[in-house]
Design a protein around this ligand. Structure first.
Ligand code: PHE
Length: 344
């Protein structure tokens, strides 16, 4: 084919495309024009491109340049028509049968997990009783989880079967090189030690967080749960103070008709020790342990047991939340089933 014919053909194509794009009256007409000229398979521009092979070799560069100009002209015309009419692709997808009077999609507000909500409320109640919030790590050493809490090496509570000790590989990952074993804390009492180590008395703190024990999950056990630890250290603190703080707390969280009872118990870090039970009409439920801080613990953190005394308690957060809302299975909290979670 002669070069001049090819160039002429390109000019005509560009002009007729420009005209067609200008005349397209709506989005679907525009789309037809687009397919006709720019269609990747059978568009006119494509067919002309194929004919370029018929142009003599020495004329190819001129032909190619002209082809590109023509292509740009058509694309510009298409863009102008699109700006004028809206994008045919978008127009196609909009449903012509859309009914403006239908109710819209409902948006669901996210919410905090019931345990998080409980923790916030417990902080609030204890805050009003003058307790501030302290925090500690979930990966602990034996000093904070056991030794300073008066739990000596031979004590059965340190049994590897009752604790999540970290393996060598996990410790290496943490950059922990010493021989000192690490474990996931089995109680928030660790924070008592951390606070007393770094602060002189008086102390009035709570600490809320996760603890870990290798229990098989059932309706009342889960290998991870939350505790609220409380610690008050001052001059002349007595069991009566402990009982009134726990009673005030229980009444604020569970209602004015709740009763509180202490049963004698044993914890290595308190002496005397009690189990704290709360009750309504339906009988007593144990919510945790408590007691007067053992003098050995006070000595371990450098306090003088002749000068100060104190009480400590550790309550199960899940248990409180379950009693409050009538939840019968602790596993519900950790299934991530929105039908459960949405109720809070
Ligand atoms: N740490 C005890 C537990 O995990 C609870 C407790 C805390 C008891 C403080 C006495 C004082 O069961």
């Amino acid at each position: 084919m002669a070069l001049s014919d090819f160039l002429e053909q390109l000019d005509q194509l560009a002009s007729s495309a420009e005209k067609a794009f200008q005349e397209a009256g709506d989005a679907s007409a525009l789309d037809e024009v687009r397919v006709n000229f720019l269609g990747a398979k059978n568009g006119q521009l494509k067919s002309v491109q194929k004919e370029m092979g018929a142009v003599g070799k020495e004329d190819r560069p001129t032909a190619g340049k002209k082809f590109n100009e023509c292509k740009t002209r058509i694309e510009v015309a298409f863009q102008a028509a699109k700006d004028r009419l809206g994008d045919p692709a978008a127009a196609k997808s909009s449903d012509p049968g859309f009914d403006m009077t239908l109710p819209g999609h409902e948006f669901h507000l996210g919410r905090l997990h019931p345990i998080t909500q409980t923790i916030e409320e417990l902080k609030d109640i204890m805050g009003r009783l003058g307790f501030s919030v302290a925090d500690g790590p979930e990966i602990e050493d034996e000093r904070h989880n056991f030794e300073a809490l008066n739990i000596p090496r031979e004590h059965p509570a340190r049994d590897p079967l009752d604790n999540f000790y970290l393996g060598t590989a996990q410790k290496a990952q943490l950059g922990h090189r010493e021989e000192n074993p690490l474990l996931l804390r089995s109680q928030t009492s660790t924070v008592q030690i951390r606070v007393m180590e770094s602060t002189p008395p008086p102390i009035r703190i709570i600490s809320l967080g996760r603890v870990y024990r290798p229990d098989t999950a059932d309706a009342t056990h889960y290998p991870m749960f939350h505790q609220m630890e409380g610690l008050l250290i001052d001059r002349q603190v007595t069991m009566a103070d402990l009982k009134s703080v726990l009673r005030l707390f229980a009444r604020s969280y569970l209602g004015a008709d709740v009763n509180i009872r202490f049963r004698p118990s044993f914890f290595p870090f308190t002496e005397p020790s009690v189990e704290a039970d709360f009750s309504w009409n339906d009988g007593w439920i144990e919510f945790g342990g408590a007691g007067m801080v053992d003098p050995n613990v006070l000595r371990a953190v450098g306090y003088d047991p002749e000068e100060v005394t104190g009480f400590a308690f550790g309550l199960g957060v899940e248990r409180l939340c379950m009693r409050r809302h009538g939840i019968t299975d602790i596993r519900e909290f950790y299934k991530n089933d929105v039908r459960f979670l949405e109720q809070f």
